[in-house]
Write a protein of this length. Structure first.
Length: 182
């Protein structure tokens, strides 16, 4: 009787161990699949970003783009212009300027970049705004242009959103019409 108890216990432990091993294997395989899915999703995001970069390069080259894409590109450009203004301001605080060719920080007094040899014009003198901020006239122009571009981009984005909503409503109406005729 005690022997039957221990044999049965041994069989249960063996089955439980096999079941746990099987479940661990399933969990491991599931995690591998999730990892593969994540890897593929990251690749899709990278490819989408690459598509955007190609479109933006075409925009910079002056290619004709769809209005919605053009609006996004204009918005990107205004953010890049703002970043350039910030970088110029940061360099100015350090007594430096940024080489327009290679983008490296150089001493404000140099006329040519010591890294790439390009001409490095010295920025125009600074002016003070009504809020007491000090900015140079070039940065002021960039900010004004960026604000105008931002307004245009917002208008274009709103138009694109309206067009998308209208297209979606049209598709829904067509689907409803098809459903009722079937």
């Amino acid at each position: 009787m005690a022997r039957d108890f221990f044999d049965e216990l041994s069989d249960r432990i063996t089955r439980t161990t096999k079941d746990l091993g099987k479940k661990a294997g399933q969990l491991y395989e599931t995690q591998k699949i999730r990892s593969k899915i994540s890897s593929e999703e990251q690749m899709v995001q990278k490819l989408k970003a690459d598509i955007g970069n190609v479109i933006f390069e075409k925009y910079k080259e002056g290619a004709e783009l769809d209005e919605a894409l053009k609006g996004f590109c204009e918005e990107i450009q205004q953010h890049l212009d703002i970043i350039t203004g910030y970088r110029d301001s940061a360099a100015e605080l350090k007594g430096q300027k940024i080489c327009p060719a290679c983008g490296r920080h150089v001493d404000r007094s140099v006329s040519f970049c010591p890294f790439c040899g390009s001409v490095c014009p010295t920025p125009q003198p600074e002016t003070e705004t009504a809020e007491g901020d000090v900015i140079d006239s070039e940065t002021e122009e960039i900010v004004a242009e960026a604000e105008n571009e931002a307004e245009k981009a917002e208008e274009t984005a709103a138009e694109a959103e309206n067009e998308a909503e209208e297209a979606e409503a049209t598709v829904e109406a067509e689907n409803e019409t098809e459903e009722t005729t079937e």
